[in-house]
Design a protein around this ligand. Structure first.
Ligand SMILES: [Fe+2]
Ligand SMILES: [Fe+2]
Ligand SMILES: [Zn+2]
Length: 497
């Protein structure tokens, strides 16, 4: 029998010359990506895992077995019901935004499995596609059982099939990065930027928190997923190295564009979970501390190793780390019926903790919570709509998220004129991307445009029910119904009396 190293390259790295068709026709630039180079330039492509199909199947089977064993032991409804309500919200946020995005990543990987420019790249992308299918199926399976006891978990599957504002924003990002990107852009945007820059944060950082919270099912599931991400993410640097030799400015642009776009969405998904939806007694690190370790240190080291510069907006990003997810959380709290999970008001001890973690700008954010708390003091418990926004808000023409960049006193929104039409962008980096590819983005209708065009209702309650797809059973509430032990409701009664 041949030794492994004698047959491995035949099964994962096997290219050939075409006799009756041109290489450019087998790998057209429009589908394979820029820069178009003859295979000669790609043939040194390699990645460190060097897995064969048989090895892949054996190790994935073992991983699945161990996830299902944990599910049998601690992954049933009764186990989830023991978890803190705010942590369950964090599961609903993760469950809706990520598993079906992973399904879109199957498509991106399959395109690379056909149009990637070297056979070893195509092999690794084939495994990547199978990985992403697993990352879709496992959470769907685990969360499906919970739908019976909590219909909000139905949004694990439903989310991307709705026009919910967060779904509109997430689709705008994931459709482009996962469904329409060619294999070179996919390798840089998804494999390098998203998978080495951000999934560690959501899958390793959050797994550590799940462990402390006692949610061993979620911990097991996302840790298992991350082992796949770490493998197929290796496509990124291997492609980047070759692109850097031929068009380094294109590589720089894609890395800056996709880092910013990924940052905005991930800072909401991960930032909410880490700084608001994890019970205070279980928090060990803030979202910012995780960002410092996983993104500022590790991702930047990865950029430098390849010869890329830090993004030009780095100073803006450093400021955003103190503000953005706090601003969006406060905004989403006041429009919580438009989401499919419940929110909590940070109490005095949490605000004290957040002030210590975010000393620079917390005063400004704290004032918002002071205002929300006093609204609850003046309202009866459970009177959700008296502490809730009533008119639709504005959205960014690129990221489709609420215009929450900058600080509470200085919003950083920018107006860009394009063919006589004005577009509002949440930030300078979103405006920069929009201007560079205006013809790609200008026609997209944000929620406000849809309301103005009569496609969506302007009344927030109607918008929530008829357009965002939420019902009385599923729309987001205050997890405590405003019954916080620290609220001074008695004072209101005295004032009234
Ligand atoms: Fe994945
Ligand atoms: Fe992935
Ligand atoms: Zn934006």
């Amino acid at each position: 029998m041949l030794r492994r190293e004698e047959w491995l390259d035949l099964c994962r790295k096997l290219d050939w010359d075409y006799s009756y068709v041109a290489e450019r026709d087998v790998f057209p630039e429009a589908v394979s990506g820029h820069p178009w180079l003859p295979h000669e330039q790609w043939k040194a492509w390699d990645e460190p895992f060097r897995t064969s199909y048989a090895e892949y199947v054996t190790s994935q089977h073992a991983k699945d077995d161990s996830v299902y064993a944990v599910r049998d032991a601690v992954g049933r409804t009764e186990h989830f019901q023991r978890l803190a309500p705010e942590w369950r919200s964090s599961l609903k946020l993760h469950g809706a935004t990520l598993p079906l995005a992973e399904f879109a990543a199957v498509v991106g990987n399959l395109r690379a499995a056909r149009f990637g420019r070297d056979s070893a790249w195509r092999t690794t992308a084939t495994f990547g596609a199978l990985d992403e299918l697993r990352h879709t199926q496992i959470p769907l399976l685990i969360f499906h059982e919970l739908v019976r006891s909590d219909p909000q978990f139905d949004w694990t599957h439903k989310f991307y099939h709705t026009n919910n504002w967060i779904a509109v924003a997430a689709r705008h990002l994931f459709d482009e990065i996962l469904l329409t990107a060619n294999p070179i852009e996919f390798a840089i945007a998804t494999n390098f930027v998203f998978e080495t820059g951000f999934t560690n944060l959501q899958f390793v950082g959050l797994a550590a928190m799940a462990n402390v919270v006692g949610d061993h099912m979620f911990e097991k599931m996302i840790t298992s997923i991350q082992t796949d991400e770490a493998r197929h993410a290796q496509i990124g640097p291997s492609v980047l190295k070759i692109v850097m030799e031929h068009d380094p400015e294109y590589a720089q642009y894609l890395s800056e564009k996709w880092f910013w776009r990924s940052w905005l969405l991930i800072s909401i998904v991960t930032g909410f979970s880490m700084d608001y939806l994890t019970p205070l007694s279980r928090r060990r690190y803030s979202f910012k501390e995780f960002i410092e370790e996983w993104v500022l240190e590790q991702y930047v080291a990865g950029l430098e190793e390849i010869g890329l510069r830090k993004p030009w907006y780095w100073d803006t990003l450093l400021q955003e780390m103190d503000l953005y997810h706090h601003m969006v959380y406060a905004s989403a709290y006041t429009y919580r019926a438009t989401a499919w999970f419940d929110f909590v008001v940070p109490g005095p001890e949490e605000r004290h903790w957040l002030r210590a973690k975010y000393p620079q700008h917390w005063d400004e954010i704290d004032a918002i919570w002071e205002q929300i708390s006093s609204r609850w003091e003046e309202s009866d418990p459970g009177a959700e709509w008296s502490v809730h926004g009533a008119t639709p808000v504005g959205f960014c023409a690129l990221c489709q998220l609420v215009l929450c960049n900058g600080t509470p006193s200085h919003n950083s929104a920018v107006v860009v004129s394009q063919n006589g039409r004005k577009h509002i962008l949440c930030s300078e980096p979103c405006a920069w991307i929009f201007r560079r590819e205006a013809e790609r983005y200008a026609e997209h209708q944000d929620i406000v445009h849809r309301i103005l065009a009569g496609a969506a209702p302007a009344n927030v309650l109607e918008l929530t029910r008829k357009y965002f797809g939420l019902t009385r059973e599923t729309w987001g509430r205050d997890a405590c119904g405003g019954r916080y032990p620290w609220l001074q409701r008695i004072k209101r009664l005295e004032r009234v009396g």
